[in-house]
Design a binder for this molecule. Structure first.
Ligand SMILES: [Zn+2]
Ligand SMILES: [Zn+2]
Length: 352
């Protein structure tokens, strides 16, 4: 065991503050990573404030963060994928049972015995796992991703959660050339969705409630922008989409978007509104439409996504902050006051 620097919260009402945590020494299959950047995901905030207590109560102190990029500083003797000095990424999970059908299919994200990057029981040290708001992490090489060398690291961090969350459903639904794709909401998830759909060759339409986001939507790769409050504009797109990615976390009328799907069209939701959404059966029945959800991705697909980003030069648009501004960033996140994701420069933790 060794001591790592980190930022943790002591309770649901406590701010994040400087602390020291224990990390395991690298075992045979482990890589030790010096964390250079960690993205701030909305689920960090939900977990720190114990807002998801019904299905995963927070154990305090909590060190959040599951959008991690850094450099390998040490490897166990059986490691083959990395050597010291390589870039590496860690996303939402750091372990699984590796033996169940889902793990064997490369869908570790749905393993019944998965270990999340933070706030999951830690098999090795006891207590719970600690995430990326830290200067280092130790993880089995199977759960570390290779990071393309051409990408800016601050903008690469959010790919590990926001990136795979939006990439996976697009691949599953066959987004590509000749397809018409809608992205609802231009935020942390939405702007990634637009970049991926555009790079996959689709015709991309962004739906936003905010007319002043139009220019930005076009800049990140949209072909058209529709202000969703404008009923006439919405109507023009009835029955025309192959796929719509719904990234809205606030309450909204999902039927308005289901009605824009063509035959066999699919709407996948990746935003998480607190209240149930009222779906009209006829919005699905007419045209054999489907309504799905999606939850990050397995390790092989996460690697595929990173490689795709390397080939197409895709990163998230980020505002880089020192870790001392993490509490302030949470307040701004609640006001959607960020374009489009915060990325913590972990060098700031060393200077403290
Ligand atoms: Zn996340
Ligand atoms: Zn498994």
């Amino acid at each position: 065991m060794y001591n790592a620097r980190a930022y943790s919260a002591a309770g649901a009402a406590s701010p994040l503050a400087r602390t020291t945590i224990a990390r395991r020494d690298p075992m045979d299959h482990d890589v030790q990573i010096e964390i250079l950047f960690c993205g701030i995901c909305h689920s960090d905030l939900h977990s720190v404030r114990n807002e998801w207590s019904e299905f995963m109560g927070t154990v305090y102190p909590i060190v959040p963060g599951h959008e991690i990029v850094g450099r390998v500083t040490n490897t166990g003797k059986a490691v083959t994928k990395f050597k010291t000095g390589d870039l590496a990424g860690v996303g939402c999970l750091v372990d699984s049972d590796r033996t169940c059908p889902r793990c064997k299919a490369g869908l570790e994200n749905f393993c019944p015995n998965l270990t999340l990057t933070f706030n999951s029981p830690d098999k090795y040290l006891g207590g719970v796992t600690y995430g990326g708001y830290s200067d280092s992490i130790v993880v089995d090489e199977r759960f570390a991703l290779r990071v393309p060398a051409n990408l800016g690291l601050a903008g690469t961090a959010p790919l590990l959660c926001a990136g795979i969350t939006t990439y996976s459903p697009m691949r599953r639904q066959g987004v590509g050339q000749g397809k018409k794709v809608g992205v609802v909401g231009l935020g942390g998830l939405g702007h990634m969705g637009v970049k991926f759909a555009h790079a996959m060759g689709a015709h991309v339409v962004v739906f936003t409630t905010t007319p002043n986001k139009k220019e930005d939507a076009l800049r990140v790769g949209a072909d058209e922008v529709v202000v969703s409050r404008n009923a006439d504009e919405m109507k023009k797109h009835t029955n025309s989409f192959d796929f719509i990615l719904d990234c809205v976390s606030a309450d909204h009328d999902v039927n308005a978007y289901l009605n824009l799907l063509g035959m066999n069209g699919n709407l996948t939701i990746v935003g998480a509104p607190a209240k149930p959404l009222g779906v009209h059966a006829f919005a699905l029945i007419f045209g054999n439409r489907s309504f799905s959800g999606s939850n990050i991705g397995g390790l092989p697909e996460t690697q595929e996504m990173l490689d795709f980003c390397g080939a197409h030069n895709i990163t998230a648009d980020v505002e880089v902050i020192p870790i001392q501004k993490a509490n302030e960033a949470y307040e701004r996140l609640l006001r959607s006051d960020v374009k489009y994701r915060f990325s913590i420069d972990m060098a700031s933790l060393k200077s403290e």
